[in-house]
Every structure is written in structure tokens, then in C-alpha cells.
Design a protein around this ligand. Sequence first.
Ligand SMILES: [Zn+2]
Length: 97
Amino acid sequence: MSDDLPAGEMKYSFKAHVQAHGFAGDLIISSTTINDLVKSIKVLERAGIQPTNGNNSSQNTPICPVHQRPMKPSRKPGSFYCSAKVGDDYCQEKARA
Ligand SMILES: [Zn+2]
């Protein structure tokens, strides 16, 4: 027996933001041993469930280089425009995601 192990039962929970097959969401794995936790994570990998990159909340929204503000998605998928007004016209900055 190692002195490093706690005598009582411990609970490990692991929270991750994951994506699988086009879906994304929070996933919580709980287990009472590290070994089970690692096994659970390996099962996820096999099932094609992968962690998303940390700060994915802003969805890679481009920032207008002129106005330093997040651009808005345009009706054309994958492209963004700046909604700031320049005179009587909108800002002409456009970006592709
Ligand atoms: Zn702009």
C-alpha cells in the first residue's frame, strides 16, 4: 500500500467541452478511481468524441481591423461583414471565417 493513496473513497469528475459528429456539448465523466477515468476517456476517443479547443465560445468571429469590433455573419455562409457605419454607408471590411 502506498502512503500517497487516500484511504477513503474519492470521486473524480472530469468536465470537458466535446464535439462528436457535428454536435458539441459539455460532458462530465465521474468515477471513483483515476484508472476508470482514464478508461472512460479512452472509450470516448474510440467513439469519435473529441474535446473542442478551449475558448470556442466566440466561434472564431473575425474582428474588423478598422473598428476593432466583432463582425457579423453575413447571409453568405462563412463570410462576415462589419455593421459599423462609415458616413452614410456601411463599413466595407469583409472577412471569411
Ligand atoms: Zn468596420
